[in-house]
Ligand binder design. Structure first.
Ligand code: ATP
Ligand code: MG
Ligand code: MG
Length: 379
């Protein structure tokens, strides 16, 4: 049988491996960690750094086609693999998604508006920043995630201190926008240019980390939802993208929609699709990698996803205590995912809970009860 390879062994890789194995593929995972969530469940596990030549050669020898689950996989590593195997998404697209400045240029090229922003690479750039971008958020151009690598600034003094604090790395300063809501769209694009999408996902973040995703009719006003889907398709097509791509948006109080960022892979906000749709974002990733047809996924149940962060393990004190899953699983339509991470840490994504139900009211009620049982804030 064919073997599908993935760069990165986190939870996204693990769910990719599950989807691939269900469809009869063997899997190979490259990750530096010997006990990574995906490596532990894969047929092959190459324990190597992402740029290690011997590791890359081994992955290329084991896998017929290779994708990535790790946003910051070095683009050179993908380019190296592409000399031998089919790689999707391509190194060039991943390189753009990894850099906030390049990403924003691409959005603008595609005619999709971003928050007002300016690149800060050096002292001159910093001096040129206009007061119109304040208050703002200074974000490192590369390697940020879950709100890490960003600082909120109100004044020029705070901006300078924040840039120093970020070690004067290349950054983008974004104007702080009055968000009415946040949403995201997952698309999959095949080698032939065919493109399908999941329904718009309404996202609630806490402390810069995704907390709750709600997916059902009316979660986002239809007009804004349609604009988000069209924008995501244009962004994917503009990259000649092959694979699964997620684009995050801000809905503003005046009814407008601006793009935030994109991820060149399945996304936390798309996890609900495993149980809530007939084709999940991970099956879409398998299909694009294996060159299989893409059909438009159909959502069959209103769905809500609750992220399970390591903080939950510390609700009762400094010792990690496993939450009472049995109580939650007694609620109808709950689907528990734990990623097999050995150590719980505050702010670490340990798993998620998807609730599906026969109606929006039913799924919202069950999700509220799950929050109460787990001691999570409501939504
Ligand atoms: P992710 O884990 O999604 O990759 P990240 O670290 O790349 O996160 P962003 O998505 O840029 O960070 O920002 C995290 C959150 O901070 C956003 O989802 C939003 O809630 C808030 N935020 C970011 N930029 C702005 C902005 N310009 N105006 C208002 N809020 C913002
Ligand atoms: Mg990000
Ligand atoms: Mg984000």
């Amino acid at each position: 049988g064919a073997t599908l390879g993935v760069m990165g062994g986190g939870q996204l890789g693990r769910m990719f491996v599950h989807a691939a194995q269900r469809m009869g593929y063997f899997t190979a995972v490259l990750d530096p960690d010997a006990s990574s969530p995906a490596g532990r469940v894969s047929h092959h596990h190459v324990q190597a750094d992402y740029l290690d030549e011997a590791g890359l050669a081994k992955l290329a020898s084991q896998a017929d086609a290779i994708t990535t689950e790790f946003e910051n996989v070095p683009a050179q590593a993908l380019a190296r693999l592409a000399a031998q195997r089919f790689v999707a998404p391509a190194a060039a697209a991943v390189a753009i998604a990894q850099d906030r400045a390049l990403e924003k240029e691409h959005f603008t090229r595609c005619g999709v508006p971003c928050a007002p922003n300016a690149v800060v690479n050096d002292e001159q750039d910093l001096a040129r920043i206009g007061d119109d971008l304040l208050p703002g958020i200074l974000k490192t151009a590369r390697l940020g995630y879950d709100g890490k690598g960003q600082v909120r600034v109100r004044t020029r003094e705070e901006l300078r201190a924040a840039w120093d604090g970020l070690k004067r790395a290349p950054c983008v300063l974004e104007k702080m926008l009055p968000l009415a809501f946040e949403c995201s769209v997952v698309v999959a694009r095949g080698r032939d240019g065919a493109i399908v999408h999941l329904p718009v996902q309404h996202n609630l973040h806490r402390d810069g980390i995704l907390a709750v995703t709600e997916v059902y009719a009316g979660n986002v006003a239809p007009d804004q939802a349609q604009r988000a889907i069209e924008a995501t398709k244009a962004i994917a097509a503009g990259l000649q993208y092959v694979g699964v791509l997620c684009v995050e948006f801000f809905g503003l109080e005046d009814g407008s929609l601006v793009v935030n960022e994109m991820a060149p892979r399945p996304h936390n906000s798309g996890h609900w699709s495993i149980e809530g749709a007939d084709v999940s974002q991970f099956e879409l990733q398998v299909r694009t990698l294996a060159g299989l047809p893409l059909t438009q996924p159909r959502q069959h149940s209103p769905s809500i996803m609750l992220n399970l962060l390591g903080d939950l393990w510390f609700a009762r004190g400094a010792e990690a205590v496993t939450p009472d899953w049995a109580a939650v699983l007694a609620l109808p339509g709950t689907h528990l995912h734990l990623y097999g991470k050995t150590e719980a840490r505050k702010g670490r994504k340990m798993g998620h809970l998807t609730l599906t139900g026969p109606s929006v009211e039913a799924v919202r009620a069950a999700a509220r009860q799950a929050c109460a049982l787990l001691g999570l804030p409501g939504f």
